[in-house]
Design a protein around this ligand. Sequence first.
Ligand code: NAD
Length: 485
Amino acid sequence: MTKIATPSIPTAPDTPVEQIHDTFEKQLVHQYTMRRTTAKQRIARLQQLHDTIYRRRPEIERAIYADFRKSKTETDISEVGVSLGEIRHTIKHLKTWMRTQSVGTPLTLFGSSSEIMQEPKGVCLIISPWNFPFNLSFAPLVSALAAGNCVIVKPSEYTPNSSAVIKSILEECFAPEEVFVAEGGVSVSQALLELPFNHIFFTGSPAVGKIVMAAAAKHLTSVTLELGGKSPVVIDPSAGLDHAAAQTAWLKSMNAGQICIAPDYIMVHESVKDAFIAKMAAKLETFYGKDAAARQASPDLCRLVNARHFARVKSLLDDAVAKGATIAYGGFCDEADLFIETTLLVNVPENAEIWQEEVFGPLLPIRTWTELDEVTEYINARPKPLAMYLFSHRNRVIEHVLTNTRNGGVTVNDCGPHFYNCELPFGGSNNSGIGKCHGIYGFQEFSNARSVLRQTRLMPTSRFMLPPYGGKLAEILLKGIVRWF
Ligand code: NAD
């Protein structure tokens, strides 16, 4: 397996712009063939994708290890398993989702029938980030294909090995007029954003999300924006502290904290702060090793993706400490190895950078509260987070926090699983995102709910509305419309 030797920034090669334009033109033509595909045909394609991903799992594991040394088990759970789960769920339900739905018709349209058809949007663009290069490329792709679209996928340039395997797998399964992978960085992304796609599904930072939305506005292209944010963990004194510490330590350390739904900061009740920190420290030692050297050698901890991200996270740590924060646990960083251990910070001053931007790394600042309103007021004074984790055994507390805050999604008494349930819509709200993905929500995101009203050929009521206005029956009908319908 390739080992990261120097903190340089490897990037994927740029797909030539002419090839992108040529493929886009082909997809514009091919979209009508895709539109006509049946549930059976779409399911066959998805099954082929499923089997190919499963068969080529070892390549995926090697690629992602080469990109940022993620363990095989974590790749199986968070990349391969999640992608295959999304495919199986879609295969199971696609026929129902695609079914044209009959809806009621008011008496004023007597004799007609109404229905909603799910039609594909057409030619779609998926731009993905580097932190889960497979899952965040394949999951939206599955929804787009289920809905009957042609797709161009642009994986992140910062995980070049993963990008190459994504390209190779999709080339094995699809013709370029169906699915095409455009590799490369910002310039490739910008060239793609010039094109009049029918839908853009973007996963990445809020800052780039704004660029994507502005580009989409030029063509009035609809967007799904899966963004990030500062996701809090709230610990009530009634919580099972051992469980809360284990789940928080795990999700914050997975992917080295480079997860959109990672715990960004902790809000723990003052009375259990010390006990919670002690338990977090104990969990981190049990999971990853007794000292910093052991933790760095742990095969279960991956690396920061590149030198730029290492420097960004390290500067958040240095800034907090320089402004007076205390490292309650961890703090070890090795630039040559792009390693930062999971680090707990307390007494972090309000002006520290770590309170202003999404951490997206293994640092966890901790603040305390005594009254529940301090929790909701703090969360509500900031942009809506993508995720929130609430540990409490008191229903009153749980309902109070749920009712008095807003954000994309919540897990009560755990960290992360609301992401894994395909029956739940996943996404943010405002600064953390627009639109939803997973399961039927992803399918609907890539579909146009087209309304079809079939008028009766016998005596359509609309005939009575034609001018010149008047006549007894029209008057009665009009009265009826105004009064009752
Ligand atoms: P990013 O926004 O820097 O990049 C995402 C994609 O956008 C990449 O493919 C990149 O090539 C492209 N891009 C970058 N700059 C661009 C520009 N100026 N114009 C056009 N395209 C551009 O994000 P990232 O660093 O890859 O990922 C980290 C961010 O993604 C975090 O904020 C994280 O919270 C968020 N994220 C969200 C989700 C989610 O599901 N909501 C999942 C993973 C990551």
